[in-house]
Design a protein around this ligand. Sequence first.
Ligand code: BG6
Length: 488
Amino acid sequence: MSFDLVLFGGTGDLAWRKIMPALFQAFRHGTLPPGGRIIGVARDDLDNDRYRALIHKRFDDVELAKRPSPEEFDRFAALLHFLRMDLSRPQDYARLADMLHERGADTVIMYLATAPALFTTACEQLAVAGLNTANTRIVLEKPLGHDLASNRAINDSVRRVLSEKQIFRIDHYLGKPSVQNLFALRFGNSLFEPLWRRETIANIQITIAEELGVEKRGAFYDSTGALRDMVQNHALQLLCAIGMEPPINAHADAIRDEKLKVLRSLTPWTPATLAQHVIRGQYAAGSMAGAPVPAYRDEPGVDPGSGTETFVALRAEIANWRWAGVPFYIRTGKRLAGRDARIVVNFRPAPHAIFNAPAGAANKLVINLQPRDGLELHLLAQGQDNRQSSRPSNPTLAPVQLDLDFDKRFGSERVGAYERLLLDVIDGRLNLFVRSDEQEEAWRWVEPIMEYWRGDPVGPRPYVAGTWGPSASSAMIARDGFCWSEEC
Ligand code: BG6
């Protein structure tokens, strides 16, 4: 099967950091189908050779093990082409059409790794140039809009020219091996299913913590913030994966129908829950790994008086028979104490204590997403020496843990998120992509938060870079009688 992958934004940050390295890995692993052509599209004044040279140079920024040898790069470079295009000029789409028709590949993939403001024009112009045929697929990168209305406008313009089955909306968290393992854990094993409900689970915590600040993306981030950047998409997708009912099969729509039901069941916000159950923060100067780091407001591209949040913690509930009353806590932020994405499922404590046991130390399943990818089951066990003559009548239990490290078990050379997703686009598999109704429902749920913040003069609470966010986040969870996993 031959394919042409047209990469709009072919000289952009995403192309260098994620897409090209992922395509190269697929090429190196022999999983990229033969007969492919990758066409970088941008306004830069380049030709094939200069584009290839630029990409070669950019591989210097990639971790050593993932860099091509000169011989590997030569072979990979044969797939790379460049087309200079201004996305606002119809005649440039006609040139693209000529280039594609000349070859007539079986599948043509339009990957829009550009500013979302260009999505609508690009879709319209692709249609004018007759490039929206049955063998076309389109890949859309987040952010897809900045609120419900703008998200709908983009989705409408794409759906006017292509059907939903041709649209691949990327949420790269769904491509992570750890997230696929979460589906495997829940729907490939029967062990946890009877326990996966309100009767046995006290609360669930989803943490996506980053050590990085806003890097070179200050201007973009300042108009986006953590709620739009991480909660509306990645965190809510994780919540869906944890909270959804078993799908009837592993096909894309069966999975997406169940995720949609979770999003529709999220308890709507009220003035009281908005005031008590959502905390926003912004990092102040601090230190990371012993080195000082500036405050968010002093980052390049950021407004020195910015009210943008770099941290969000919130409490959600899924109002259905399985989950009613179980708090789902979501927390994400930049410049936190560690790079750590994990989901902690806290089971209810034993109903009647016959042992001495440390509170909160066990009865939990930890799903580590990154940097380690694995599962930990925290239990209590009789650890101390029982031969002592003065044994207490209530023996004391010690926390122990069953630990499964997927990298050790399956090797750390597993398929990365972008590699997995790109291969799925080429194969036409939609399972790990987000449907428009999921996206819209997620926007519908976060919009009241955005509106509440607009009218809240207090603004984000400062937290010192290198900590776990503002103390209000711990206070929020403590009001329910719980604590974040690193606190207890
Ligand atoms: C992106 C966000 O979607 O995800 C970034 O825009 C964030 O701000 C990134 O840093 C985190 O992804 P990962 O895979 O490094 O956890």
